[in-house]
Design a protein around this ligand. Structure first.
Ligand code: PNS
Length: 163
């Protein structure tokens, strides 16, 4: 079976991620979305919440499943018999970091990384920006599925109430 992992923080999942996942699902027998911990980012949603949200918005793709992992991505690939990683590239600014990661991942365990160019409509989109816009009351409806938008707004209003 031709399987690929689509890794990320997905905090939360956006239409940009969903575009890559949908297109990857037409190229591979199975796409595994892996929620990983990015140690450089502080997350708004727990891993369990992110898994639940991703499962909900990818339910229409029969060959897409969702999983999580704490540790190196290449160890996840090795333990699950997955030989390649797929990543969306939004702009040149993504390239340095993604190239470095792909080279390290190949060097560590021989895992290949394939890059898919993000649809131009999503080239500026990131979960971090969406969270910032939402936290200042901006309109995020074109960036996230409605169910994710609602979860994000609920979480932000909760953190405001607690703060
Ligand atoms: O959505 P993100 O935050 O850009 O995704 C980055 C992520 C989570 C895919 C990356 O940080 C990652 O692979 N983390 C797991 C640890 C790892 O394998 N790091 C790379 C080699 S040092």
């Amino acid at each position: 079976m031709n399987r690929v992992v689509c890794p990320g923080s997905f905090d939360p999942i956006t239409y940009g991620h969903l575009d890559i996942i949908a297109r990857a699902s037409t190229l591979f027998d199975e796409v595994v979305i892996a929620v990983l911990v990015n140690q450089t980012k502080k997350s708004l949603f727990s891993v369990e919440e992110r898994l639940e949200m991703i499962t909900e918005v990818t339910a229409q793709y029969p060959n897409v499943r969702v999983d999580s992992w704490r540790g190196l991505l290449v160890d996840y690939c090795e333990s699950n018999g997955i030989g390649s990683i797929i990543k969306g590239l939004r702009a040149v600014s993504d390239f340095d970091y993604e190239l470095q990661m792909s080279q390290i991942n190949y060097q560590l365990k021989g895992i290949e990384t394939l890059f898919m160019s993000t649809a131009p409509a999503h080239s500026f989109l990131s979960s971090s920006l969406v969270k910032e816009i939402a936290s200042f009351g901006g309109d995020i409806s074109s960036y996230l599925p409605p169910v994710i938008q609602r979860r994000l707004l609920d979480r932000l209003s909760l953190s405001r109430d607690e703060g």
